[in-house]
Design a protein around this ligand. Structure first.
Ligand SMILES: C[C@H](N)C(=O)N[C@@H](CCC(=O)O)C(=O)O
Ligand SMILES: [Mg+2]
Length: 364
């Protein structure tokens, strides 16, 4: 099965409600879709969001990186040579992780189709049902409490509460939500780099002293501030998770050795795709560190790939934040991964199992 062409499209899907973090507010998913064609007629799909505030990637940079740097290296390559292809992708250009991720996802889709097997089985198998959290956007306290109660009523047992705006209000936000859903849902916080290290220790200590039990706190300080992450990890009981602080395997090794966090958030858009995500999961397993699998604002194309990986690595990827499709107003994909509230289940069809993507706007 030879790669013959790589095409591009845009996919735009409105969100049910604006997504608000310490870094940005977004009203729709607008992602680049990558379509890898082969001489056998098999097609592989990938997706990349332009999360410029986290990865530095824009729609233009994603498309240009693939068109001018990645695609020329891949035309004519045999899909069976998976490791050679992922090596070519990773070596084609520095950074540009979302572009690399989109192409790798499509390549893994084709590789699994080549062997007529669902992707998770090619990656090592597992129980094809996982449970995701849902994000509660940072907002007025009453709105966040209402959103949290609604999410619990929809069957979500873990809520990812966005904070990182104003430290005093953040403490009140979390206390109010905890009081409303205590015993019904587990709370994880994501400050998206919005606090200083001292603020984080202050807020988490206040919450711990008030009896608020948190599963974890994600990326309390700036991504580059590993000393700050370590400072917090050493001083609070709540486990600290690195998101923006770690992209690739080397950064994960450095962070683990430094003991700057307890948990790693693996996202395909930070690792540059599945090959490095596997490496990170294996490194974490070696060091006995747990991982979360996360996503950006992505639909059920790239999130399906993350779900396949999470199933195959469930012994080390013990936490799931794959709520992108649940945040979308509708699912544009007819495929083999079903996103049904908190439950994500994978059917027994080859590859990512994508049969149709509705509303694709093809690019020239
Ligand atoms: C969507 C997911 N739950 C999430 O919060 N992802 C990111 C932020 C993504 C974005 O800003 O597009 C995270 O920080 O974990
Ligand atoms: Mg995060």
């Amino acid at each position: 099965m030879k790669i013959t062409d790589i095409k591009f499209a845009m996919l735009r899907v409105p969100l049910k409600t604006p997504f608000k973090t310490a870094l940005r507010t977004v009203e729709k998913v607008e992602d680049v879709i990558v379509i890898v064609e082969t001489d056998t007629g098999h097609v592989g799909y990938g997706e990349a969001p332009a999360t410029a505030v986290i990865t530095g990637d824009t729609h233009g940079s994603i498309i240009e990186a693939i068109k001018t740097m990645i695609k020329p290296k891949l035309i004519g390559e045999e899909i069976e040579d998976l490791n050679r292809i992922t090596h070519l992708i990773q070596g084609s250009i520095v950074k540009n992780y979302s572009a690399k991720a989109a192409v790798e996802i499509a390549i893994y889709d084709l590789f699994a189709q080549r062997y007529n097997t669902p992707l998770y089985k090619i990656l090592g198998g597992g129980e094809p049902t996982i449970s995701t959290d849902i994000t509660i956007s940072v907002d007025y306290i009453d709105k966040m409490v209402k959103d949290s109660i609604d999410a619990v009523n929809q069957g979500f047992e873990t809520l990812k509460i966005k904070v990182g705006k104003d430290i005093g209000v953040d403490i009140e936000r979390v206390k109010a939500i905890y009081a409303a859903v205590e015993g019904k849902a587990l709370l994880r916080l994501d400050a998206n780099q919005g606090w200083t290290a001292k603020e984080a220790v202050y807020a988490l200590t206040k919450l711990e002293d008030a009896g608020v039990r948190l599963e974890l706190v994600e990326q309390p300080v700036k991504g580059y501030d590993l000393e700050g992450m370590k400072y917090i990890t050493e001083r609070v009981h709540t486990p600290v998770m690195a998101d923006e602080s770690t992209f690739g395997p080397k950064e994960v090794i450095d962070l683990i050795k430094m003991r700057a966090a307890d948990i790693i958030n693996i996202k395909l858009m930070k690792t540059g795709g599945i090959s490095n995500a596997i490496r990170i999961a294996d490194i974490a397993e070696t060091f006995d560190v747990q991982c979360m699998i996360g996503c950006m604002l992505e639909t059920s194309i790239s999130v399906a790939a993350a779900a396949h990986l999470a199933v195959a690595k469930s012994h080390v990827i013990t936490k799931v934040d794959l709520d992108g499709p649940s945040l979308c107003a509708f699912d544009p994909v007819v495929g083999n991964v079903k996103f049904n509230g908190a439950e994500i289940s994978i059917e027994n069809t080859p590859g990512l199992g994508i049969k149709e993507i509705k509303g694709l706007e093809m690019l020239r």
